[in-house]
Design a protein around this ligand. Sequence first.
Ligand SMILES: NC(=O)c1ccc[n+]([C@@H]2O[C@H](COP(=O)([O-])OP(=O)(O)OC[C@H]3O[C@@H](n4cnc5c(N)ncnc54)[C@H](OP(=O)(O)O)[C@@H]3O)[C@@H](O)[C@H]2O)c1
Length: 270
Amino acid sequence: MIGRLGRCLALLLALWMTVATASLARAEDYVPTVLITGANRGIGLELARQYTARGWKVIATARKPAEAAELRALAAGSDGRLVVEALDVTDLAAIDVLAAKYQGQPVDVLFNNAGITGSGNSQIFAKKMDWPVYEQVLRTNVIGPLKMAEAFLPHILASQQKKISNVSSSQGSIGSTKNGMLYFYRPSKAALNMEMRNLAIQLKSKGVSVALIDPGPVDTDMMSMLPKRMLRPVTTAGSDLIRITDQLSVENSGTFWTFDGSVLPWLERP
Ligand SMILES: NC(=O)c1ccc[n+]([C@@H]2O[C@H](COP(=O)([O-])OP(=O)(O)OC[C@H]3O[C@@H](n4cnc5c(N)ncnc54)[C@H](OP(=O)(O)O)[C@@H]3O)[C@@H](O)[C@H]2O)c1
């Protein structure tokens, strides 16, 4: 009787060890996935480069993949780890279609990067305000990122890291604003900050963490009006964004960081 019980226990132990070893091996084999919007140029392309070099799976979106030569070259040399998808973040139905296409695919980091300023000349108060441009800025910088987070929430929840990282801007810091300009871009980044702060609070109990990161002034097409000496190399900005995203957790979720890891003010008295 005791001998049979012993054999049963030994069998159960062996079974448990097989299952435990298999799941440990699965955890070690796990390759994280990042989904990046606006990955065909600038900061988004650099994020795609650096995550690919780290061995991650990368879903890199571009409005016009046919014109995204650098991104397609990166994909070609990635052993299939980087895939390029067409996506305009203002097309909410297209976001749903992309999310459905990747149903069951965990997304460890959603990088909401795509963004526009709307050009400084079209947002000069009481002189030249191009209102349709304002709508496009809000659709791109505010509505797109939140819709991405909603559509890809199941994918994020299914992942190990469960992170949403947003490329914000110091221009969205109400407390830091010292002059009257960029009437479209600044409120768009302030709104992005607020919606993502909401999300950080709501999703904390599900283990999802949310970052808002200002990359500083970066040498991309967006800042081509400034002399290069005033700008940070895109490689440095990319690694700063990735380092802060690596350090993101549910404990520090909802923070508005600048590229060096210091915290930006949301709002304070001028
Ligand atoms: N550069 C800076 O100094 C700086 C500073 C603070 C914050 N940021 C933020 O950093 C992010 C990236 O900017 P960047 O400097 O890399 O600018 P960029 O070189 O102008 O690149 C912007 C990217 O966003 C994409 N995009 C624009 N509208 C889109 C839409 N409706 N749907 C999908 N993609 C769209 C662009 O795609 P197309 O090629 O199709 O236009 C491009 O890939 C933005 O959110 C920006 O606000 C930049």
